[in-house]
Design a protein around this ligand. Sequence first.
Ligand SMILES: Nc1ncnc2c1ncn2[C@@H]1O[C@H](COP(=O)(O)OP(=O)(O)OP(=O)(O)O)[C@@H](O)[C@H]1O
Length: 396
Amino acid sequence: MADIRLEGVGHSYDGGETWALKPMTWTWRSARAYALLGPSGCGKTTLLNIISGLLTPTVGRIWFDDREVTDVPTAGRNIAQVFQFPVLYEEMSVYDNLAFPLRNRKYPKQEIDQRVRQVSELLGLDQVLRRRSRRLDPGRQQIVSLGRGLVRAQVAAVLLDEPLTVVDPALKWTLRSKLKEIHRDTGHTLIYVTHDQTEALTFADEVVVLNEGAIVQAGEPAELFLSPAHEFVGHFIGSPGMNMLPAEIVGDVVRVGQADVGSAVPEPAERPAREPASEPAGEPAGETADETAGGTPDGLPPGPVRIGVRPEFVRISGTRTSPGVAAKVTGIDRMGAFDLVHAQVDGHRVIAKTEAGSTCTPGTVEFLHFPADRTFLFRDEVRCGSLAPLNGRGQA
Ligand SMILES: Nc1ncnc2c1ncn2[C@@H]1O[C@H](COP(=O)(O)OP(=O)(O)OP(=O)(O)O)[C@@H](O)[C@H]1O
């Protein structure tokens, strides 16, 4: 196991015209379980293939601890990779498929048997060890592929590229918790690629969010939910995603329409990000998680800003208490366990997630309250500040 460090690593498939992966500097720490989360086409597979050596990056260098591996082929990197679809020797038994990566590296027979049995038991394959792999259904075959990726205890990292896509949804939950169990047991560095936030949030110690070829934020699941550093994280994580409303900074006050909703507090110069996520280099102009636009020690520059608040934290009342933003209720989704109240503020949609049984009625005007500690300010999509109660007064 090793820290995997990417130094200015970026990739272009078209000779530098566009960048599937914008040059980034980033360290995957040894023994952590990461989810690499992002929408289709954001560069997840490209990044994984660069780590495993299937792809040589256009720019940048890769280090496993203090060994540079940029030009080392896959076989020399000691990485296990599991793909979206089964990669197996179909004529071999399940046992032999699981044993293959160990036999290939000349592990002692007894250790091979022990590891195969351990992994197969954890993945529920112990009853089919003697069966030919082609006789299994595709979901089971994929679980064998997963086992092949996990069977070696000593690997630099295990890379999993949407490994549960072909697996039955009911089994996915079980397998994810098995994966966590195996991770606890072996201490592998795991990088688990997914575009599914639930999968990412339930699996990982740390979720790395990739968008348009750049890491926009990395953190524990709760941090991404409670403290998004980028608008993309706000709307990609959470269901429904974060509300975003145009606002204005006037003096040190944040105004939405005619309502003052709080004081503007600039982002501290040093956000506790671990390190620069991505760096602009040459052609690609990447948004970066650490570019805190506009943050100054004295306050945020006046002008337009967007405020973001998650539906879970918007509060609604029928009377105007300050600070409150007038909103017209447009509809209510009764979801059983909770309600989603849809409203409009100057033509902009806002959703509030409330307890079931909301008494709001479509067509009426209600007042929305944005709790200071859960409301953030964004410029150029990057978080630049947050709200504080107006004049030190608590909010309704
Ligand atoms: N071999 C290739 N040649 C040219 N362009 C490519 C190639 N592979 C990927 N791309 C492009 O690079 C970008 C990133 O692709 P990548 O497959 O890394 O994204 P992804 O996040 O893994 O997507 P998905 O979730 O759909 O697999 C996309 O715009 C894609 O079209």
